[in-house]
Design a protein around this ligand. Structure first.
Ligand code: FEO
Length: 395
């Protein structure tokens, strides 16, 4: 059912309480998500984005209860990814000639996915669409935030920025606005979203934030495409993004490992003890990769100034979960972070060298050659691991 946002603007999206994995199996969504679609009913009726494909029929059925579909004058496709464009094929069966406003790359992604020659209207930053009653939609290209086709639309007079993925969170709720939900969950999900999706685009985001702020637009509401709408002090999330985009870090060191017979696990715990002894102000956290959620660990990496990665040696290399996780960190292009390696071995002992090579290749500044330990660490070796933790804390 539609929900009222402001004046003649309504939410007509879908709350997905069940969603636990997104982007295939790549991203965990412990709190579900929403696919936010918006209906503006001025002299012209405008639909902004749709919902994910599995909800297409439900979406169109609900939408036609709110408006005669033939009375939709314009569709704005801010982003072609299937979670926002997925109901277009179903909708366009009913209104095939309705103009779709999107970026040039939006045409490519929509045609590439749905193989339809819809009535596309390409827009660029600064282009305007009059929708009556003196109101306009102004388009702002948001290329690489997070797809080349992404854009935002600003509704004048109501001062609403329809930001699409930017400023979103995977957070299912019947509430519409940011001040109506658990603030801890909200900001944790917003940070997880940023760390796991937007972090690679930090340099672009810094420029885009400056560009949007320099337009001097009054922004009363930021209507995202996932989660709650920022209505209470909406610039607070813009301020967060400005901080996060500057290769964010807190005073945190995170230890991440996989283990076979618990030797590397023991090293992880002893290194954590050493970090705490050397610097009681630093937050130290330890994660066994196989027992923790990788996307949650990525949020911890995002907050960290240093990551310490452990794997025993296996097959002259490292355990594959650790290799996969370093690859994930590489893809997310973390900058301004240090790294160190550790691990147990029985025979050849290459893991720390392999870890350092991979971490260096992933953009981390390597602290030293790492801490390697033959066989299970005895008491003396455990004390050495504590000393290594102290060294990491001081690095
Ligand atoms: Fe929410 Fe990039 O799609």
């Amino acid at each position: 059912m539609k929900k009222h946002i402001k004046n003649n603007v309504y939410w007509v999206g879908k709350v997905d309480w069940d969603l636990r994995r997104f982007h295939g199996e790549e991203l965990t969504t412990h709190h579900g998500s929403t696919y936010n679609s918006y209906l503006i009913k001025e002299e012209k009726n405008v639909l902004i984005d749709t919902v994910w494909m599995p909800f297409a029929e439900e979406f169109v059925e609900n939408l036609r209860k709110e408006i005669d579909l033939n009375k939709i004058d314009y569709i704005i496709a801010n982003h072609g990814e299937v979670d926002h464009s997925g109901a277009l094929p179903e909708l366009m069966k009913h209104i095939p000639d309705t103009p779709i406003y999107c970026t040039a790359n939006g045409v490519k992604s929509l045609k590439g996915q749905y193989h339809q020659d819809w009535n596309f209207h390409v827009v660029k930053t600064g282009d305007k669409l009059e929708i009556g009653n003196g109101k306009e939609l102004i388009f702002v290209e948001m290329s690489m935030l997070h797809w080349p086709d992404s854009m935002a639309a600003y509704l004048t007079k109501d001062n609403i920025l329809f930001s699409n993925d930017a400023f979103g969170q995977h957070y299912a709720t019947e509430k519409l606005f940011n001040n109506e939900v658990d603030q801890c969950v909200l900001f944790n999900e917003a940070m997880k979203y940023y760390a796991n999706i937007l972090n690679p685009f930090n340099p672009i985001l810094r420029k885009k934030l400056d560009e949007v702020l320099s337009l001097g637009l009054t922004i009363d509401i930021i209507a995202t495409s996932h989660g709650v709408i920022w209505k209470d002090k909406p610039m607070q999330i813009v301020d967060k993004y400005a901080q996060w985009a500057k290769d964010y870090q807190e005073n945190q060191i995170t230890i991440i490992y996989d283990t076979m017979w618990n030797g590397t696990k023991k090293l992880a715990e002893k290194i954590a003890e050493g970090i705490e002894l050397a610097d009681p102000d630093v937050v130290v956290k330890v994660f066994n990769l196989r027992k923790s959620d990788e996307n949650d660990i990525i949020t911890e990496v995002f907050k960290s100034k240093t990551v310490v990665i452990g794997s025993p040696t296996m097959g002259n290399s490292i355990l594959h979960a650790v290799a996969g996780f370093i690859n994930l960190m590489k893809a997310l292009k973390f900058k301004n972070k240090k790294a160190a390696a550790f691990g147990c071995y029985g025979w050849s002992g290459e893991s720390t060298k392999v870890l350092n090579e991979l971490l260096s290749n992933a953009g981390f500044q390597i602290i030293d050659e790492g801490f390697k330990n033959q066989w299970n660490p005895n008491e003396e070796q455990q004390l050495s691991a504590v000393e290594y933790g102290k060294k990491i804390a001081r690095a």
